[in-house]
Design a binder for this molecule. Sequence first.
Ligand code: GLN
Length: 504
Amino acid sequence: MDKLHNLGVAELAALLKYKEVSAVEVATRFLARLGGNPHNAFLDINSEVTLAQARESDAKLAAGTAGPLEGVPIAHKDVFVTKDLATTAGSRMLSGYRSPFDATVVARLRQAGMVTLGKLNCDEFAMGSANENSAYGAVSNPWNTAHVPGGSSGGSAAAVAARLTPAATGTDTGGSIRQPAAFCGITGIKPTYGRASRYGMVAYASSLDQAGPMARSAEDCALLLSAMCGPDLDRDSTSLDVATEDFSRDLSRPLARAGKDGGALKIGVPSSWLAIEQGFPSGNVDGCSPKVRDAIKDALHRLEVEGAEVIPIELRNTGLAIPVYYIVACAEASSNLSRFDGVKFGHRAADFADLTDMYKKTRAQGFGQEVKRRIMTGSYVLSHGYYDAYYLQAQKIRRMIADDFQGAFAQCDVIAGPVAPTTAWKLGDKADDPVASYLADIFTLPASLAGLPCMSLPVGLGEGGMPVGLQLIGNYLQEAKLLNVAHQYQLKIKHHEQQPGAAA
Ligand code: GLN
C-alpha cells in the first residue's frame, strides 16, 4: 500500500469498500503529501476537518451505509464555498472568508462519501488562463515547475497531476477545466450548462459558469460527475430539471457501435481547427504548434482504429468566440462583482472619509489588476450608448455560434479538436500581456458560449515535453457519450497514467 497516492478514484473506492484500507489511512497518506504545499496548489488545509470526515466515512463503511465514493479524498477549487474551510476565490477581497454553508456540489460529493482534503488555488474569481492572477501566488506545473499549470483551475490540475489528491473540482466559464487539465496531463469534463448546481459557487459570468470534475481518467470523471450533478431548482434558477444520471453507463461501448444509429461513432473535426482529408487528418490547425497538431492527429487516428469515423465539419462563426466571450463574460462579471462593496462580506478598507470613499478604497485594495480590467471592460460594454454596439451584438453572435454547433451535430456525434494552441507556457511569459492569454482560449470558448458539454483528455506530449489535451464536445446532455469516447481511448492508450517527473 505504499503507493496509495497513485491510485485513482475507482480503485480507491473499491479498496475502501472491501476494507483493504480505511478512510483515515487514505486521508492520512494524502495529508502527509501536502506538507510544504507542493506547487502552491492549496490555499487552505485543515487536517482535523479532513480526519473527522474520514472517521465518519469509516463509521459508514462499517455500518454498511456508505455512499458510492465513501472515503475517497477530493479537494475543491476555492470558488466553491465551504463552511469548514476558508473560501477566497483567489482574491484578497475574500481573504479569510468563511461561508455559513457548503456549495451544493461540495455537499453532494460529501453525500456520496468523499472526504475533503482542502481548497485549491485558482485565478482570482476564476479569471485567467495560467493561475498567475491568484492573489496568493502562482501555481507551478508538476511536469516542469518553470511552466504554468493553466487556469483558472490551475491548483486543481496541478494537485491531481502531482498525486496530491486523486480528484478535484473545477469550474469552467471559458475553458478553466479543460485547459488546465490539458496543460497538466489529466482528464476533466465540463457538463452541459445547468447540469451541476451553481449554488455556492462564487460567480464570475453566470450564464457560462459550470462546475465539473478533474481526475486522472474518464472512468474516474464519470463517477465524480454522477455524484455532482442533478437538479437544484430551488437554489439555482438555471439548474436543469433533468434527473441525475449514471455517467458510467456507456463507458464500455465500442466506438464501432456508438453512433446515433448504432453504427460507427462519427467524430466531426472543424476544418478551421484542423483540416482533414478522407477521414484522416492531414492539414494544419490554425495557430497550433506543430507538436500539438501532431498529437491531436495521432489521437484522431487512434480513435479511427477503435472504430470511429472522422469527418470534416464547419463551425463558421467560432472565430468570433474570443471577442464575444470577453464582452459577455466581462459584462456579467462587472455585475456579479458589484456585491463586493465592503459592506456585506469580505475586505473593507481601514480608513475612509465617507461611504463612496469606502467603496472606492475597498475595491481598489481588494481586487487585483485583471479583475479590475474586466470590471471596467464590462461596465463599458453595458453602458448607455455602447450596449447595442457591443453587448447586444455579442449576444447575437453567441446565438449564431450555438446554431453552428446544432448544424454540425446533424452530421456527427461528437466534435474533436485541440484544447489549446500550445502546451503550457513558461511562468511570466504572458503575465504582462492579457490579450495574448485571451487568444490562447480560442478552442475552448465556443463550447462554453453554446453551453455544451466538453472535456479534455491527455493524448501525448508536445513542445518542451509538456502534455497535450484532446478536446471532445458533445451535444446537450451527451456527457456519457464523451466519456465513452475518452474511456475507449484510455483503455488502449495510457497517456493518462503517465506521471510528471517533478512530482516523483
Ligand atoms: N481564460 C478564460 C477567462 O479568463 C476562462 C476562465 C474560466 O473558464 N473560468 O475568462
